[in-house]
Ligand binder design. Structure first.
Ligand code: FAD
Length: 406
């Protein structure tokens, strides 16, 4: 990289950094003026490479929120991108299942939200229709979303990266950003591979987005708290129990969707993810503990305020994480015939969830605009579905704030 100078440096080679890079380089065809810095050997190794692979349709999110707009628009743009770029996806459809009468009101609210958000094809269905769609699932009522799909987001991110390079952009892997200096004129960005100069920075560092913002002296008012989502995989002989995507009615106090079944694009079925506090930002296993990062969590007043509000749910999630039979018990609410022996250990992902100083879990996407930088501080699910819409929004912000000339 040899102190090369770029108009824009994007930190983070996940799906959001790469979508932004591709769209920025397309809008400014001289290319070469934009670089992506990624700390890993390969792109998309963190949230983008450890998710459920669902193309969400936009049901859950408060009408008018960025999540609702970017998810609905982003899903359409994603499908078009995949058709143009021959990336496999499938609209397998999804059911959100009320398993008893206490969930009916919340199911109805979800239906109304989905309709308000413009989600196509939504239908409230009774037990008979549910049995036709998912023969092994039991519920008193369900919300059927035929437009929900499945995809491999690592392939999507790789395609964004390739298009970006075709437009003349540069990608540097194994280039962890360690420090950023000089905040007037071009900044110096120090990485594991040397330094480069950047007139502007777009921070898409996912689990480390707050840290990168701090390197630039930005007071973000949030801290990223890592929540691990653990999965089981259904054994091959049990996969017949799930045809598409089967979700519970979520607890509206949390931004997580509850443990569910997902058939993925590679054909196997996963059950999960739960949401447990991780003791390292990239803590994919229970045994991964990073003392400095844990200290960062435990010395943050917002963490304790969050814990004071939600400790019961947190403890229940921990309990379920350590006791397979509890996990299975929750899964049996949706598919009564599922047994412990149907489930083999699966993978895990870690969500970058921004928590405010008052302990609130940020519900919407959060993209902060500074003078020389834009920081993506909260982009959890449905961030992958929304990646093209989020990228387009960031490019608009960049054009305005950075006064870029095409
Ligand atoms: C368990 C789980 C399930 C999910 N399921 C879905 C789903 O089904 N559908 C959906 O739409 N969304 C889902 N999501 C959300 C989705 O995965 C994220 O919204 C999306 O991947 C965020 O992309 P990103 O680019 O912001 O982050 P990431 O993919 O995490 O990318 C950030 C990148 O920044 C790099 N980086 C960090 N620090 C530095 C540094 N200092 N220098 C250089 N590089 C750095 C990292 O290595 C990483 O590659 C899920 C997430 C999880 C965790």
């Amino acid at each position: 990289m040899n102190s090369q100078e770029y108009d824009v440096v994007i930190i983070g080679g996940g799906i959001i950094g790469l979508s932004t890079a591709m769209q920025l380089a397309r809008r400014f065809p001289q290319g070469g003026k934009v670089a992506v810095l990624e700390k890993e050997k390969e792109l998309a190794m963190h949230q983008t490479g450890h998710n459920s692979g669902v193309i969400h349709s936009g049901i859950y999110y408060r009408p008018g929120s960025q999540k609702s707009r970017f998810c609905v628009g982003g899903a359409q743009a994603l499908v078009q991108f995949c058709e143009e770029n021959e990336i496999e996806f499938e609209k397998c459809g999804k059911t959100i299942v009320a398993t008893d009468a206490t969930e009916l009101e919340r199911l109805d609210t979800l239906y109304q939200r989905g309709v308000a958000n413009g989600v196509a094809g939504l239908e409230l269905i009774g037990p008979e229709r549910l049995q036709e769609i998912e023969p092994h699932t039991q519920g008193v009522r369900a919300l059927w979303s035929p437009e929900t799909g499945i995809i491999d987001y690592v392939k999507v991110a790789a395609a964004y990266g390739s298009r970006f390079q075709e437009y003349g952009g540069d990608i540097y892997n194994e280039a962890a950003v360690r420090a950023i200096h000089g905040f007037s004129g071009a900044m110096t960005v120090e990485t594991d591979r040397g330094s480069l100069r950047a007139k502007h920075i777009i921070n898409c560092a996912g689990l480390y987005a707050d840290r990168v913002a701090e390197m630039m002296g930005e007071a973000t008012g949030v801290r990223i708290i890592p929540f691990r989502g653990e999965y089981y995989t259904l054994r091959p002989e049990s996969q017949r129990l799930v045809k598409g995507l089967i979700y519970p009615v979520p607890d509206p106090r949390f931004p997580f969707l509850g443990v569910h079944y997902t058939r993925n694009i590679h054909g196997y079925v996963e059950a999960g993810p739960n949401a447990v506090l991780a003791f390292a930002r990239e803590g994919y296993r229970k045994s991964n503990v990073d003392l400095t990062e844990s200290l960062g969590t435990f010395t943050y007043p917002g963490f304790w305020k969050m814990t004071a509000k939600h400790w019961r749910t947190g403890m229940a999630e921990m309990h379920r994480s350590y006791r397979k039979q509890v996990f299975v018990h929750d899964l049996q609410k949706l598919i009564p015939e599922i047994k412990e022996t149907d489930l083999a250990p699966g993978g895990a992902g870690v969500r970058a969830q921004a928590v405010a100083a008052d302990g609130a879990l940020l519900d919407d996407f959060s993209i902060l605009r500074g003078q020389q930088a834009i920081h993506v501080l909260n982009a959890p699910s449905p961030g992958a579905t929304s990646s093209l819409a989020i990228g387009a929004h960031i490019v608009d912000l960049a054009v305005e704030s950075f006064a870029l000339a095409s």
